[in-house]
Design a protein. Structure first.
Length: 127
């Protein structure tokens, strides 16, 4: 499983299982999702699962019913800048803080920091 990470100094490919940068990637545009929440920094969706980074604590809100109801997530995470959901498995989510990536494999309930530290992160995407 890999992710593309757009940073202030270029785009990198990150192997999420080995937790290492594996090379340079092609630039991409982050997914554009419209949600009716205040203070949204970034958002992603896959099917009926929607996750948004908000400018508050905790930094995430997750919906599993296309935005009708929301739950807070990421109580221990730092402020975020980008988020992505794996299209083939919406339980797998990627959250980007200033220079670190965090991975959830259970729908945003638990998050773990990945080893690579990158330049300032602007966007993330799976694949």
């Amino acid at each position: 499983m890999t992710a593309s990470v757009r940073t202030s100094s270029g785009t990198y490919l990150v192997d999420l299982e080995a937790e290492e940068v594996i090379g340079e990637g092609e630039d991409f545009a982050p997914q554009s999702v419209s949600v009716g929440l205040p203070r949204v920094v970034a958002a992603a969706e896959a099917g009926s699962t929607v996750i948004v980074v908000v400018d508050r604590r905790p930094p995430l809100a997750i919906s599993h019913d296309a935005g009708r109801t929301w739950r807070e997530s990421g109580g221990g995470l730092p402020p975020g800048f980008a988020v992505a959901i794996d299209e083939s498995n919406p339980d797998v989510m990627l959250f980007a803080a200033r220079n670190r990536l965090y991975l959830s494999e259970n729908g945003g309930t638990f998050w773990r920091a990945l080893v690579p530290e990158l330049p300032d992160i602007e966007a993330v995407a799976f694949g």
